[in-house]
Design a protein around this ligand. Structure first.
Ligand code: ADP
Length: 418
């Protein structure tokens, strides 16, 4: 008699109607009556399918195609050593972990020992009692199904870890490339602006020499023309300097070299840099900086530059005789630096777009000042690079105060001494 296949009951349902997990029993035995007997013993188990293989030489191939959750294996079959077949099941990838219950006709401890040593999971005397067979089959079947589920989850986890690692390395490569491009762009800006600075500087020096009479006496018309050239040279220098600064911070490519710095001294230096501009417009520069020292971990030259931008705007957009005030207050956590002027004011409707690249507010005062629209963006990037916040307060009414506020966290190493 050839193989009897009874694998139609692959899934079943419990009394409450819910789906149950399917088990599959593969019996390998050369005696058809054993096959029939076991089939009957399992017949009332709707969630357990049964497959009978009467030819032990085909047992491994059959197992690979029916994927049993339990193998019942006869030990004594003509022409095939049951233990050897057990070994083959264990060497076969698909049945390496499948529970195998050895069926033996005798209760022999030596046979039992050999069976377990070769990889048997259990041992039953045939024909076993219905209750015992069903209980053992169910126990091993569930263990096998649980193991398969764990293997599937582990495989899915490994696959997703692999794909995550691939994504991470792709992302890292893209970031490296972006950083390289940013550097190349910044280097290009730097090179161009440096190259432009020399001729612009020469125009400034040459026009100043002409106006100082170093080239001989000038007619009023010549003086006027040289003054126009001089103003243009000045403006060119300012534009180049702003673009150079911008190049250094564009696209988040801002490198801060922090060191422990006295913030009070830094503010005084920024004020001194702006004094000539203030003097030219006969404006009043008031400083409200406490005596003593306030140490903070900052990039001194960049922070100074951002304050100079705010001070330079304050004087630029404030008429002659106006007042500019630079002050600082601090507690243990943060310092609050303010730059205040009594100039053109900033319409509240435009305040949210102030710190945007190349943004310049409409109005005559702005046009006349002839800036680049980069100063505030540079200041903001530097302040934010220090984990600080920059904001503005203004009613927008000319003559009323306009205040730029820079709030900087003071690091652990900060130290105040009065
Ligand atoms: P700019 O080179 O044009 O000064 P900024 O980025 O420094 O560029 O400033 C952007 C715009 O914000 C300026 O064009 C000006 O309209 C406005 N602004 C900045 N500071 C002040 C200020 N203190 N008072 C009035 N308007 C200001």
């Amino acid at each position: 008699m050839s193989e009897i296949a009874e694998s139609e009951r692959v899934t079943g349902s419990t009394a409450d109607g819910s789906d149950t997990t399917a088990g599959m029993v593969l019996l390998v035995d050369d005696q058809p009556f054993v096959g029939e007997a076991v089939r009957r013993l399992l017949a009332d188990q709707p969630d357990i399918a049964f497959h009978f293989c009467v030819d032990p030489r085909q047992a491994v191939d059959t197992a690979n195609s029916v994927r049993p959750t339990v193998i019942l294996l006869d030990l004594v079959m003509p022409g095939v050593d049951g233990l050897e077949l057990l070994q083959r099941f264990r060497a076969n990838a698909d049945t390496r972990e499948t529970p195998i219950i050895v069926l033996s006709t005798k209760e022999d401890s030596r046979v039992k020992r050999d069976a377990f040593a070769t990889g048997a999971s259990d041992y039953l005397i045939k024909l076993p009692d219905r209750v015992e067979l069903q209980a053992r089959v169910r126990y091993h079947s569930n263990a096998c199904l649980n193991q398969r589920r764990r293997n599937e989850i582990a495989a899915a986890l490994r696959a997703s870890q692999r794909s995550l690692a691939e994504r991470v390395s792709e992302l890292q490569a893209a970031l490296d490339e972006i950083e390289q491009l940013q550097r190349a762009k910044a280097d290009f800006y730097s090179m161009v602006t440096h190259d432009l600075r020399n001729p612009a500087g020469n125009v400034r020096v040459a026009t100043k020499m002409l106006l100082d009479g170093k080239g001989g006496e000038l007619t009023p018309r010549q003086t006027q023309l040289v003054e126009i050239a001089g103003t243009a040279g000045e403006k060119m220098m300012r534009l180049i300097t702003d673009y150079l600064d911008f190049a250094k911070i564009d696209g988040g490519y801002l490198r801060l070299d922090r060191e422990s710095v006295d913030l009070y001294a830094l503010l005084r230096r920024a004020a001194a840099t702006i004094e000539p501009q203030v003097g030219l417009k006969r404006q009043h520069l008031l400083l409200s900086i406490p005596d003593g020292v306030l140490m903070a971990d900052v990039d001194a030259s960049k922070l100074e530059q951002s304050l100079e931008n705010l001070l330079s705007n304050a004087t630029k957009y404030t008429p002659e005789e106006g007042t500019i005030t630079l002050s600082i207050e601090s507690d243990d956590m943060r310092s609050r630096i303010t730059v205040q002027d009594t100039g053109a004011g900033i319409d509240p409707a435009h305040q949210s777009s102030l710190f945007v690249k190349f943004h310049r507010l409409p109005g005559q005062a702005t046009r006349a000042a002839g800036g680049t629209g980069l100063g505030l963006l540079i200041a903001k990037e530097i302040v934010e690079g220090h984990d600080g916040v920059i904001s503005v307060q203004s009613t927008g009414v000319a003559g009323e105060t306009t205040t730029f506020i820079v709030e900087l966290p003071l690091r652990m190493s900060s130290l105040r001494t009065n």
